[in-house]
Design a protein around this ligand. Structure first.
Ligand SMILES: Cc1ncc(C[n+]2csc(CCOP(=O)(O)OP(=O)(O)O)c2C)c(N)n1
Ligand SMILES: [Mg+2]
Length: 550
C-alpha cells in the first residue's frame, strides 16, 4: 500500500466508527474515497439515485441508532442527496452524509458543478463542515458521528474537496465516546409522581423518543402497574404491544378519530419521548388547557400548546421506573379507556372479511398484518396509504412499522426496505407504497436485486395522488390535478428480473403475499385500492360524539 492520503484516513475513521455500509453513487470528485473503500471492511452499496442512498442511510440509522452513511459527488449528486438527508434530520435518525467537492483551488471562481455544499446542507443537518486540512479528518469524522447519534439524533454532513482527498496525511482515528446516562433531577421525579398520583384520567402519549431510548419495556411496566392507557404516535408504534389491554393504538391523523376522545377525556397527558414534529400539540391540546408532564431525554420544545408542568429530563427508562416507585394510583382506574378500546377494536375487526374490490385500505392492511410476524418489518411510504397504515397497522415491537412522519417524504419505502433487509436479513420486509411514491424511487429495486435483499413492495394503486385528493375533497369539495396513469406494474417488475403479481379479488391478497414473501428476489404486488373509504371515514369521524365513553 502507498502512503496514506486524506481519503484513506477518512475511511479508516469510518471503520473506527463501526460503519458497515456506505450507500452512494460515484462521481469524479469522490473517486479517492471510492479507491480507499476498495481495501476496506465497509461494504459500498452502489445505488441508482442519491436520494435512494440517503433514504437507505436514514432507515439504517433509524433501525440501529448508529449513523447510516451515504455518499454523493458534488453539485447534482449532492442536491439529489438532500431529500433523504432532510428526512433523517426531521425524523430523528442518525445519518452522516459525505459529499465530494471541487478542489480548494477553484471554489472562488466560476467552476463546473460547484455549489457551496456546506451552506446548502446547513438547514437540513445538525452540524456540517468541510475538511479544509487533511490533519483535521479524525476530528471532523468523530464530531459528525457524535453529533448525529446524540439525542435527538439527526443528520450531519462532511464535504471533502478533491485536492484535499488526495493529499498525504498522517493521523489516526480518535477513540469513541462512552455515553454516560444522564439521570433526571430528584425534584422533577417526585413532582411528576405526585401529579400522576392525583390525576383522574391520565393518558400516556408515547413517541419515537421512547423507542430511540430503548424504553418500551419500562413504559409497558409503568402503564400496566399504574393502569394508565397509552396512545402512541405514528413513529411510536410498538412502544407497548398492540395486544395490551391499555394500548389505545395510534394517534396522529390530522382530523378527529376515535382516539381523539381519549385526549378529550384526559385531565393529564404524560408525554414520553414525544417529538412535536410528528403531531402538533395544537391538534390534541387546542385550547392549551391540558395538564402535561414531559418525560424525555431532552427538555421540552417551546409551543404554546405544550407547556408541561414538570419536565423530567434524563434516561427515559430510569425516569419511568423511578416515578413508578413514587406514584400511587391504588384504587384508581380509567373506565373510559376500556369502552373506547372496544370500539376502536370493533372498527378494526369490521373489515376482516370484507371482500369488496378494489380492496378497501382497511382490509389490505388487515390481511398484511395476518401474514407478518411480530418481528417482521413494514416500511410505509407517504400518502393516503400511510394514514391507513398509521391508523390500522398495529405492532408488537418497536421499529416494526417505520413511518416517516417528521419530514414525510414520498419515495422512502423501497430504499428503506433495502436498508431494513440489510440490518435484519432473516425478517420479512414489506414496503407499502402508493403508486405515486413507487414511481419516485422504484429504480432502487434493481439495487435490491443486485445486492440480494429480497422484500415485497405492496402498491396501493389508485392511479393518483390519493392523499391530496382526500384533502381537496374535504377542503374544496372536489379534486384537481391528482390523476395519472401507471405502467403495467407486473410487466415492469418482470422486466427488472423481479416477481410481479396483480390482485384481482380480495381473497387473493393473503396467498399472494405469502408467496411473494418466499421469493428469492424482490417482488412487487399491484393492489387496486378503493379510496372512497377516505371520504367516508372523514365524514364518520367528523360526526363522532365522544360522550358515550364518559
Ligand atoms: C417528495 C414529496 N412530494 C410531495 C409530497 C406531498 N404529498 C404527500 S402525499 C402525496 C400523494 C401520494 O400519492 P401516492 O404515492 O400515490 O399515495 P396515495 O396517497 O395515493 O396512497 C403527495 C403528493 C410529499 N410528501 N413528498
Ligand atoms: Mg396513489
Amino acid at each position: 500500500m502507498g502512503a496514506l492520503n486524506t481519503a484513506d484516513l477518512l475511511v479508516q475513521c469510518l471503520e473506527n466508527e463501526g460503519v458497515e455500509y456506505i450507500f452512494g453513487l460515484p462521481g469524479e470528485e469522490n473517486l479517492h474515497i471510492l479507491e480507499a473503500l476498495k481495501n476496506s471492511s465497509i461494504r459500498f452499496i452502489t445505488t441508482r439515485h442519491e436520494q435512494g442512498a440517503a433514504f437507505m442511510a436514514d432507515v439504517y440509522g433509524r433501525l440501529t441508532g448508529k449513523a447510516g452513511v451515504c455518499l454523493s459527488t458534488l453539485g447534482p449528486g449532492a442536491t439529489n442527496l438532500m431529500t433523504g438527508v432532510a428526512d433523517a434530520n426531521l425524523d430523528g435518525a442518525a445519518l452522516v452524509a459525505i459529499t465530494g467537492q471541487v478542489g480548494t483551488d477553484r471554489m472562488h471562481i466560476e467552476s463546473h458543478q460547484y455549489l457551496d455544499l456546506v451552506a446548502m446542507f446547513a438547514p437540513v443537518t445538525k452540524w456540517n463542515k468541510q475538511i479544509v486540512r487533511p490533519s483535521i479528518t479524525p476530528e471532523v469524522v468523530r464530531k459528525a458521528f457524535k453529533v448525529a447519534q446524540a439525542e435527538k439524533p439527526g443528520a450531519t454532513h462532511i464535504d471533502l474537496p478533491e485536492n484535499i482527498a488526495a493529499m498525504a496525511v498522517e493521523g489516526n482515528p480518535l477513540s469513541l465516546d462512552h455515553k454516560e446516562k444522564v439521570f433526571a433531577a430528584y425534584r422533577t421525579l417526585t413532582e411528576a409522581a405526585n401529579i400522576i398520583s392525583k390525576a383522574k384520567n391520565p393518558l400516556i402519549l408515547a413517541g419515537n423518543g421512547t423507542i430511540r431510548a430503548h424504553a418500551s419495556e419500562a413504559l409497558t411496566e409503568f402503564a400496566t402497574t399504574l393502569n394508565i392507557p397509552v396512545a402512541n404516535t405514528f413513529m411510536g408504534k410498538g412502544t407497548i404491544p398492540y395486544t395490551h389491554p391499555l394500548a389505545l393504538w395510534t394517534v396522529g391523523l390530522q382530523q378527529r378519530d376515535l382516539i381523539t376522545c381519549a385526549f378529550e377525556q384526559s385531565d393529564l397527558v404524560i408525554a414520553v419521548g414525544y417529538d412535536l414534529v410528528e403531531y402538533s400539540p395544537k391538534k390534541w391540546n387546542p385550547e392549551g388547557t391540558c395538564r402535561i408532564i414531559h418525560i424525555g431525554m431532552t427538555p421540552a420544545e417551546v409551543d404554546s400548546s405544550y407547556l408541561p408542568e414538570v419536565e423530567v429530563v434524563g434516561d427515559i427508562a430510569d425516569s419511568l421506573m423511578d416515578i413508578l416507585k413514587r406514584a400511587d394510583r391504588t384504587g384508581k382506574s380509567t373506565p373510559y379507556a376500556a369502552g373506547l378500546k372496544t370500539e376502536i377494536r370493533a372498527q378494526y375487526e369490521a373489515y376482516a372479511d370484507d371482500l369488496g374490490f378494489p380492496m378497501k385500505p382497511q382490509k389490505i392492511i388487515y390481511d398484511l398484518r395476518q401474514v407478518m410476524g411480530a418481528e417482521d418489518i413494514v416500511i410505509s411510504d407517504v400518502g393516503a396509504h400511510k394514514m391507513w397504515m398509521a391508523r390500522n397497522y398495529h405492532c408488537d415491537a418497536p421499529n416494526t412499522c417505520l413511518i416517516s412522519n417528521g419530514f414525510a417524504a414520498m419515495g422512502i419505502a423501497i430504499p428503506g426496505a433495502i436498508a431494513a433487509k440489510l440490518v435484519h436479513p432473516h425478517r420479512k420486509i414489506v414496503a407499502v407504497t402508493g403508486d405515486g411514491g413507487f414511481m419516485m424511487n422504484n429504480q432502487e429495486l434493481e439495487t435490491a436485486l443486485r445486492v440480494g435483499t429480497p422484500f415485497v413492495t405492496l402498491i396501493f394503486n389508485d392511479n393518483g395522488y390519493g392523499l391530496i385528493e382526500w384533502k381537496q375533497i374535504n377542503q374544496f369539495g372536489e379534486a384537481s390535478f391528482i390523476k395519472f396513469g401507471n405502467p403495467d406494474f407486473v410487466k415492469f417488475a418482470e422486466s427488472m428480473g423481479l416477481k410481479g403479481y396483480r390482485i384481482q379479488a380480495a381473497d387473493e391478497l393473503i396467498p399472494i403475499l405469502k408467496e411473494a414473501l418466499e421469493q428469492p428476489v424482490p417482488a412487487v404486488i399491484d393492489c387496486p385500492v378503493d379510496y372512497q373509504e377516505n371520504i367516508r371515514f372523514s365524514q364518520q369521524a367528523g360526526d363522532l360524539a365522544c360522550e358515550i365513553w364518559d
